[in-house]
Design a protein around this ligand. Structure first.
Ligand code: SF4
Ligand code: SF4
Length: 247
């Protein structure tokens, strides 16, 4: 995002709208105007779409004309824009929400949706995303229809495909992966340990099927690591067209 200094009158109206505090009022060459810190800017376009600058000073670059790093930020900040490099829209899959159609998670499997950098405004560096991916990689299978997985040089190692990506600051990122019920407690312990080293926040979502007795399979996993499950979750009630090969 760019603010045209020739148009800006430094009214400060837009400043509180930016979730990452990237807009600063600066004085340069005898003029005072709003300027965007490129590192902190996550290309969410909230300033442009919502703040409604009285001088129309915001000049966003269309995604197709952005350099790769800025385009990366843009697609990680958008829930709907389709990333041309991957053909994917948004931050990842619907995870468990469409499981009755996709059959992504089967009995005996536990899915992980590691939401890094939210609540909005905290943000996450790709280096922190990579730290988490590398730590859990030996024990999980990453979801291929997810933009984080597309950043990895090899989903078996969790390493990002280019060192220049590590310093990129994103609005948020969701690491999607799954493993067996037996390995899930180990993965949870790793997530807990790695989270202590991160310079961001992480919400851990577990995905599973519900057993015939009505208990979600993830309850067993949570009890093993000393977390008492609470019934606070999204439940797929199964009204979709069944996945071919459904068990
Ligand atoms: S709202 Fe517009 S004129 Fe006011 S500080 Fe922001 S960019 Fe400048
Ligand atoms: S695009 Fe988003 S992060 Fe960048 S300056 Fe505007 S509101 Fe802030």
């Amino acid at each position: 995002m760019y603010i045209n200094p020739a148009k800006c009158v430094a009214c400060t109206h837009c400043v509180p709208y930016c979730p990452t505090s990237a807009i600063q009022i600066v004085s340069e060459a005898g003029r005072t105007f709003a300027k965007i810190d490129e590192d902190k800017c996550v290309e969410c376009w909230i300033c442009y779409r919502v703040a409604r600058c009285p001088k129309d000073a915001f000049e966003p670059t269309p995604p197709e004309k952005m350099p790769f790093v800025r385009r990366l930020k843009f697609f990680f900040a958008s829930a709907t824009a389709v990333w041309p490099e991957t053909g994917m829209a948004g931050r990842g899959t619907e995870e468990m929400k469409t499981n009755d159609v996709t059959g992504r998670f089967k009995f005996g499997e536990i899915g992980f949706a590691l939401d890094m950098g939210r609540p909005t405004g905290v943000g996450v560096r790709v280096s922190d995303v990579e730290k988490m991916c590398k730590a859990i990689a030996p024990y999980v299978v990453f979801e291929m229809e997810n933009p984080v997985t597309k950043l990895l040089i090899d989903p078996k190692t969790g390493e990002v495909r280019s060192p220049e990506l590590r310093n990129v600051y994103l609005l948020s990122a969701v690491v999607e992966a799954k493993t067996s019920k037996e390995l899930a407690p180990k993965v949870l312990e790793i997530v807990r340990e790695v989270s202590k080293e991160l310079n961001t926040v992480i919400s851990v979502g577990l995905v599973c099927r519900v057993k015939p007795d009505g208990e979600p399979e993830a309850y067993e996993v949570l009890r093993q690591v000393g977390i008492e499950p609470r019934p606070n979750m999204k439940i797929n009630i199964g009204l979709g067209k069944p996945f071919v090969g459904w068990e």
